[in-house]
Design a protein around this ligand. Structure first.
Ligand code: HEC
Length: 482
């Protein structure tokens, strides 16, 4: 594994975020504008500055004594050269918490090269496609789980470890920890760290007159909140293999879908997307082939929550709310809810996005804020927080290594592994499964994206997370060189 997990997450989430809806500015549409060389202040640059810079470079006491709130101001700072230098400086990045996606940085560069255009006169290819796009949603016929499919909840439980392949990029080690969070709701998340996160949960609902399973998939990428909903519309059993297909709860299989097949202790989890219908038929963009390492923890939680039970977790029998993507995009193709604002909490973001299932209603999860004490040895390096079942270090804070790498069984005891930009001082897990963990913070000196010889670690310390709790832990002394 040589590529950092961050790259993976960017690719994964960006795939959904091609529509520049309402006030959402994402780098996929910046990519589009880069291609057409159609970059203006109003269309491209202003939204980037507003998302990434304005919180500090505006107001009465702006950082470094300059504001970035007008065309003239942004142009002046860019002409001086400092702005372009700092947005590309890995060690002293602007924004301070890490470099922006490369497409956004290139957009600012191109804007300068092309002479600081203020307004766009012709519409971008993306919005032209959207205007012409007609879409009639299909009638989705869900699987009635009173007859088949209910065993999905039994099958999904466990700590899955395997290989991830995302748009042609391969990752040798990846983990999803699926545990019940209610009698008929199971949840797993990938905490990517600085760049965002990605969750998929499955729950029982009433949809189009049937009791069925729905999936909720999305997360946060650079402050863009997105949540998409899927419905179980196909179940198949061949020999010992069980297959489940979930399609977009508004646009159906033509827009996006995911499939999970289980055979013994193996899971194959694939997803396909058409970028909201803009790119023709859905193409595969994720493939996760995993083995269930254990399911004891999930099963203990199941017993406590009376899971799996055939009861409705969240009811949509009176219809599923249609998202509002803003005036610019009247054509809705997907049950996807989005909002961008880097300063808001998940509850407010969900409300503003119109997400029908708010985090505040989600039972049996917890929140953990991690405060990290920086020091001179580590401040220039990315950090990784490991939440694992076992301690990764000994009592002196040294990793249990074998051939220069973490012992495999310890590696496989890692549940979550958020990846943080250099000099990060805090991180919050918002959807944490209650339970017992060890927490270890690692400064990734060789920058290979995972735990290995040469890295500097804190000592692994035990942690108990109770349901619905919110706690803060301080990690000091990230000083042990391995
Ligand atoms: C979290 C607050 C914060 C954010 C967000 C932020 N900056 Fe800054 N910026 C600062 C602070 C503080 C300084 C002064 C210290 C320094 O130079 O590192 C600074 C300095 C700068 C400088 C150097 C000015 C000089 O005269 O040396 C530039 C250029 C700059 N920022 C541009 C940006 C741009 C462009 C963005 C958005 C892409 C951005 N900043 C986002 C806080 C921020």
């Amino acid at each position: 594994m040589t590529t950092r997990c961050t790259t993976y997450l960017l690719l994964f989430l960006s795939f959904y975020l091609v529509v520049n809806c309402g006030n959402i500015k994402d780098f996929a549409s910046a990519n589009e504008e880069l291609k057409t060389n159609n970059i203006s202040y109003t269309n491209t640059i202003k939204p980037i500055i507003e998302s990434y810079c304005i919180t500090c470079h505006s107001g009465e006491n702006p950082a470094a004594d300059f504001v970035l709130n007008t065309y003239e101001a942004v142009r002046r700072q860019t002409e001086k050269g400092e702005l372009l230098q700092r947005i590309n400086d890995r060690y002293e990045p602007m924004p301070t918490d890490g470099l922006m996606p490369v497409a956004l940085r290139q957009a600012i560069q191109k804007w300068a090269e092309n002479g600081f255009k203020q307004h766009t006169t012709i519409t971008t290819s993306t919005s032209q496609t959207m205007e012409k796009h007609e879409f009639t949603p299909p009638k989705i016929v869900p699987i009635d789980i009173n007859y088949q499919g209910f065993d999905f909840f039994e099958l999904m439980q466990g700590h899955w470890i395997g290989k991830m392949n995302i748009m042609g990029q391969k990752y040798d080690w990846f983990s999803f920890d699926y545990r019940p969070i209610a009698p008929s709701h199971i949840h797993g998340i990938y905490e990517g760290g600085t760049v965002g996160n990605l969750l998929t949960s499955f729950f029982i609902s009433n949809y189009n007159g049937k009791r069925t399973i729905m999936a909720r998939n999305g997360g946060i990428l650079n402050g863009i909140y997105r949540m998409s909903y899927f419905v179980l519309d196909h179940v198949e059993q061949t020999g010992t293999e069980q297959y489940f297909r979930f399609v977009d709860a508004y646009g159906g299989k033509e827009i996006m879908w995911m499939e999970l097949s289980f055979k013994d202790d193996r899971l194959s989890f694939n997803s396909y997307t058409s970028r909201f219908g803009l790119k023709g038929k859905p193409k595969q963009h994720m493939k996760f082939d995993a083995v269930r390492k254990h399911s004891g923890i999930a099963k203990a939680t199941a017993q406590q929550l009376n899971y799996p039970k055939n009861i409705v977790d969240k009811d949509f029998s009176t219809g599923f709310p249609k998202p509002n993507w803003g005036n610019a995009y009247p054509t809705i193709t997907s049950a996807s809810y989005m909002h961008r604002d880097t300063s808001l909490d998940l509850k407010t973001l969900g409300e503003l996005a119109g997400d029908p299932y708010n985090i505040s209603e989600i039972p049996y999860l917890a929140r953990l804020a991690v405060d990290i004490e920086q020091n001179a040895q580590i401040k220039n390096y990315p950090l990784i927080i490991y939440l694992s079942q076992n301690a990764l270090t000994d009592n002196n804070g040294k990793l249990h290594l074998e051939y220069g790498q973490l012992k495999q069984d310890l590696f496989d005891s890692i549940f979550l592994f958020p990846d943080l930009a250099p000099n990060t001082r805090s991180f919050t897990f918002d959807y944490l499964h209650p339970g017992q963990y060890y927490i270890t913070v690692l400064a990734d000196l060789n920058q290979d994206g995972y735990v290995s010889k040469g890295d500097i670690t804190s000592k692994s310390i035990p942690l108990i997370i109770t349901p619905n709790s919110s706690q803060t832990i301080n990690i000091k002394d990230i000083l042990n060189r391995n």
